[in-house]
Write a protein that binds this ligand. Structure first.
Ligand code: ATP
Length: 365
């Protein structure tokens, strides 16, 4: 795991070399992570990689098998201590929202405030209903609320007791696609306005990129990379991260002085992220995303591939081109420049940013 210093703020949560076994199975191993005050960090990874287990370890719903966890500089797990969930000051928003069906929206939000005075509680509940935009729905029961409204109430309920930290487990999976996109914006706004540190879990890369300040990409119980959305996407540290965060083609190249020779022609070494001159004479793989290349129909000598797959996606079309070199590359186009299946094309690298690269032979994740 590599971590960049892209957001400032004090560290409020620290996982140090945390491991978790269930029986003899290592579900989490050697996981270290620092979360900073006020940031939204998302654990992203495929099903079964250990995201929910990590969240449960932070919440205190599981005990680590090794390593320790510190909240605000004091150990909550490991170092001979275990602080139970209710004493950690952590709010959890569950996938299915888990609202109490027999309580109104207002009563749901007030649920964690039983020790507050009536006056304080009423004021806090009003404040939260307003924050989530449901001032006029306080008397509704959960079944009278839409999915998005239920999610807002679930958030309000978790935020009401002023937790140090909010944990969200697949918060959008119960919403239909259109609402998901809208609620991502809303959930981010609400968390930021509440000023709370948040850790979310998802296997949806678009969701992770759009709501997070930093994304922690997990694979098989370990962290692959922790970085800003831009960096995990544009500068992935492993092939697994590259492939998990969107379409990725790998184009083999050999470095010769100030350029890299590829099946798509020369790419300047300066246009490849951090490719130092000591790689001169070696073979590398360039990460090429569908937006980084352009293909156009051509029967001339410049043609270097053939379209073997075409998928219409509405605003764009995704093409897969088999290059004469034997490599396969994907490119994304505006729907208006139609290229047919089997057509000969010339493919060019047209990226307007530095390309990422991997040494040949690095494991595929
Ligand atoms: P998903 O996105 O499918 O929820 P995840 O990344 O959140 O996956 P976890 O739920 O953390 O993954 O599970 C990681 C692994 O640990 C899985 O192989 C799972 O079967 C196993 N596991 C989780 N909880 C337990 C448990 N209580 N007992 C035994 N095995 C468990």
């Amino acid at each position: 795991a590599r971590e960049s210093d892209s957001t400032s703020g004090d560290v409020v949560l620290e996982l140090d070399n945390v491991a978790k076994q269930f029986g003899t199975e290592d579900v989490i191993s050697g996981l270290s992570l620092s979360v900073r005050d006020g940031e939204i960090l998302t654990l992203l990874g495929p099903s079964g990689c250990g995201k929910t287990t990590t969240l449960r370890l932070i919440a205190g719903l599981e005990r680590p098998s090794a390593g320790h966890i510190r909240l605000d500089d004091s150990a909550v797990a490991g170092e001979g201590r275990f602080v139970p969930p209710e004493e950690r000051g952590v709010g959890v928003v569950f996938q299915e929202f888990a609202l109490f069906p027999h309580l109104t929206a207002r009563e749901n939000v007030a649920f964690g405030l039983q020790k507050w005075t009536d006056e304080q509680r009423d004021a806090r509940v009003e404040e939260l209903l307003e924050l989530v935009g449901l001032e006029s729905h306080g008397e509704h029961y959960p079944e009278e609320l839409s999915g998005g409204q239920q999610q807002r109430i679930a958030l309000a309920r978790s935020l009401a007791p002023e937790p140090e930290m909010l944990l969200l487990d697949e918060p959008f999976s119960n919403l239909d696609v259109d609402l998901r996109v809208e609620m991502r914006e809303e959930v981010r706004r609400i968390i930021k306005e509440a000023g709370v540190t948040a850790i979310s879990v998802t296997h949806d890369q678009e969701e992770a990129l759009s709501i997070s300040d930093r994304v922690a990409v997990m694979y098989d119980g370990t962290l692959e990379q922790v970085d800003t959305p831009e960096r995990v996407f544009q500068d992935p540290k492993s092939r697994f991260v590259a492939g998990f965060l969107g379409h990725a083609s790998f184009l083999s190249g050999s470095v010769h002085g100030d350029h890299v020779d590829t099946a798509l022609g020369r790419v300047l070494r300066d246009d490849v992220n951090g490719l130092a001159h000591q790689y001169d004479g070696t073979d590398i793989d360039l990460l090429v995303r569908p937006d980084d290349v352009t293909a156009y129909p051509s029967n001339a000598a410049e043609a270097n591939g053939r379209v073997v797959y075409r998928r219409y996606l509405g605003p764009t079309v995704l093409y897969r081109v088999e290059l004469d070199s034997g490599e396969t590359i994907e490119c994304m186009h505006n729907h208006s420049d139609r290229i047919d299946l089997d057509e000969r094309v010339a493919v060019r690298v047209t990226a307007d940013h530095e390309l990422a690269w991997f040494p040949v032979g690095q494991r595929d994740g």
